[in-house]
Design a binder for this molecule. Structure first.
Ligand code: FAD
Length: 323
């Protein structure tokens, strides 16, 4: 019996959430006094794969199959089920990302496993059997789920568990089971990126703006601030509904849930549906001209004033500080 961790990469490079999920899986493997196998799909770069040993993976299985270089849910689920069988894994862990959210239930069904989605802490074992704390209702509450099944699948929220160095020299093995034609149900023809932008779900710094900005023509100052900080940009729902910003920037209950180290909310009132997706951010800074705006109740730092005056000054100050 072992633990398997599925590790995502972006064009061959691992991001912070990859090291977090490996560290988390390693801690579970240690709790159970067993080994950790990492599986990586569509990346055969040995130097990059070795980094997973730094966070505790003793074996790294990889497949360089080019048919699988873009995420295909059915095919990835089949491959992970085979990897779990090869590693004799009772527990499979992955990131609660867009692809992890799709993949985990499918894999759990294939393995006959219990599933916890959105874990935020290590499982409690012992008297509490195998109980995992997870984020519920878009981050407004926590629930504790006890997995009674022998096999378990867990998805870990980004930024919920620290990447912890645990140096191991991993055995790196190619693993290329045949992919069934029927598993390749979708074909990624083209990936179109917003060039040079920081990816929002993974961002450590986020500059977000709402209807207080009045119109899309005023987003230049938001982008200037984000660029000065090296931050991703985000927005409230009405802003993306109105087409002022693309939908992939919409955060909240019905958008992306983020938990960066710093979330700067500009001209956003702080409605409960917005807070649902951002309240686990480590530090929240609110800029709003209304001192009664609900967002101030959850802010670590608040500036009451006109965003059109404050934001350019803040950007200049950051640029001056950074030299
Ligand atoms: P407003 O509520 O209009 O607030 C604008 C703020 O800007 C005000 O606080 C105002 O004081 C301030 N302001 C105005 N001018 C300035 C200025 N010059 N300088 C500084 N501050 C200024 N919303 C989300 O964001 N995400 C979701 O996922 C989401 N899901 C929803 C799901 C459901 C089922 C429902 C019913 C609603 C959902 N909403 C969501 C909408 C949510 O209820 C709010 O309507 C929305 O968050 C408000 O957006 P806002 O704060 O940008 O706009």
């Amino acid at each position: 019996m072992s633990v398997l961790v599925y590790v995502e990469h972006a064009e061959g490079k691992f991001r912070k959430s990859a090291f977090e999920v490996v560290s988390y899986a390693k801690a579970i493997a240690d709790q159970l006094s067993t080994g950790l196998t990492a599986v990586v799909i569509g990346n055969g770069d040995k130097a990059e794969l070795e980094k997973l040993g730094t966070y505790g993976a003793s074996t790294v299985l990889f497949t360089g199959n080019t048919q699988l270089s873009s995420f295909v849910n059915q095919a990835y689920a089949s491959l992970l089920a085979e990897a779990a069988a090869k590693a004799d894994a009772a527990i499979v862990v992955m990131t609660n990302s867009f692809s992890g959210k799709g993949l985990a239930p499918r894999l759990a069904a294939r393995l006959g496993a219990g599933l916890v989605a959105g874990a935020v802490a290590l499982p409690e074992t012992g008297d509490r059997k195998f109980t995992v704390k997870r984020s519920a209702f878009s981050g407004k509450a926590f629930s504790f789920v006890t997995l009674l099944s022998d096999k378990k699948v867990i998805t870990l929220n980004p930024n919920a568990y620290p990447a912890t160095e645990n140096a191991v020299t991993p055995a790196i093995e190619e693993f290329s089971p045949a992919v069934k034609e029927s598993d390749l149900g979708t074909l990624v023809k083209e990936i179109i990126r917003a060039s040079g932008k920081v990816s929002l779900p993974e961002a450590e710094l986020v500059v977000s703006a709402g209807r207080g900005l009045k119109g899309p023509e005023n987003w230049g100052m938001i982008e200037d601030l984000a660029n000065a900080l090296g931050a991703a940009t985000a927005c409230s729902k009405p802003v993306s509904d109105a087409g002022w910003r693309p939908h992939e920037e919409h955060v909240g209950q019905t958008g992306i849930a983020v938990s960066p180290n710093l979330y700067i909310a500009i001209g956003i009132s702080g409605a409960i549906q917005h807070l649902a997706g951002v309240s686990s951010s480590k530090t929240i800074v609110v800029i709003n001209k209304d001192p009664e705006a609900p967002f101030f109740k959850v802010a670590d730092y608040g500036i009451v004033g006109d965003a059109f005056e404050i934001v350019p000054k803040l950007t200049e100050a950051i640029k001056a500080y950074k030299g």
